[in-house]
Design a binder for this molecule. Structure first.
Ligand code: IMJ
Length: 254
């Protein structure tokens, strides 16, 4: 296979551990010849992201807590200092209080709602604004979503509403940034056993349903999402913006 991302510098957020979808994306990007800028939440995640990506072509590691305007402003400055355009931004971040993923949706607190939306949806807008000044050759922005944005998935609750906001934000960003040749899309991944899915009630039975009923009859693998992300980052998708790409073995059909 030719190297689809040779000469591109890609910024990847959300590498927390070896199960992170962002980690699979970084590996696919590196395989295709991209260089990587990695953002991390805190010192603990810096260490694990550093260890995980030691074998990858990382040109810079930068702190970015998406709830901090200071971090976001510093991110822009650090990227400008890097002295080269950024071609791709991967948003692979989400957080809701665990209690809001278990209790009845009607009991979602204002605070829990705002936290989930701040970290999981507003952050796409804020990160895009921080990175767009260095996307001077055009580029590709992508965010990770899930079917719970448009369907009721048991226990997904406030995260489903936040993913709906994320998907709508993706569309408005696509409209805003299109004239600068920056494309904005989302990947809606099928259920994957990540750290974020650990502890989800009946998760293994959700995976069993995908295995038994999905058109492709297998649960989504992180590498499948990584390779779809390569397409969205590459010039092969130059005509694609404002789209949600389902990488879910076809589960969204049901
Ligand atoms: C998460 C909750 C409920 C059902 C779920 C999920 N299903 C799937 C997920 C069916 C696939 C995983 N997912 C798509 C997510 O977006 C997870 C987000 C998440 C997970 C946690 C767990 C730990 C915590 N906060 C979280 N915030 C967001 O404390």
């Amino acid at each position: 296979m030719p190297n689809l991302l040779t000469g591109k510098t890609t910024l990847v957020s959300g590498i927390a551990n070896k199960w992170s979808i962002a980690y699979a994306i970084a590996e696919s990007f590196a395989r295709e010849g991209a260089e990587l800028v990695i953002t991390y939440l805190n010192d603990k995640q810096r260490e694990s992201a550093e260890a995980l990506t030691a074998h990858l072509p990382v040109v810079k590691m930068l702190p970015c807590d998406v709830t901090s305007d200071a971090d976001l402003a510093a991110l822009t400055v650090s990227l400008q200092e890097l002295g080269r355009p950024i071609d791709t931004l991967v948003h692979s971040l989400a957080f809701a209080n665990r209690e809001d993923l278990g209790q009845p949706f009607v009991d979602t607190s204002r605070e829990g709602f705002l936290l989930a939306h701040n970290v999981s949806a507003y952050s796409l807008i804020a990160m895009s604004r921080a990175v767009v000044p260095v996307m001077t050759n055009g580029g590709s922005i992508m965010a990770m979503s899930y079917l719970g944005a448009t369907r009721v998935v048991p226990n997904y609750n406030v995260m489903g509403v936040a993913k709906a906001a994320l998907e709508a934000s993706m569309r408005y960003l696509a409209n805003d940034l299109g004239p600068r040749k920056i494309r904005v899309n989302a990947i809606s991944a099928g259920p994957i056993k990540t750290a974020s899915a650990r502890g989800v009630k009946d998760f293994s039975s959700i995976l069993d349903v995908v295995k038994d009923k999905s058109p492709l009859r297998h649960p989504t693998e992180p590498g499948e999402v990584g390779d779809a992300a390569v397409f969205l980052a590459s010039d092969l998708s130059r005509g694609v913006t404002g789209n949600i790409m389902f990488v879910d073995s076809g589960m969204q059909l049901f």
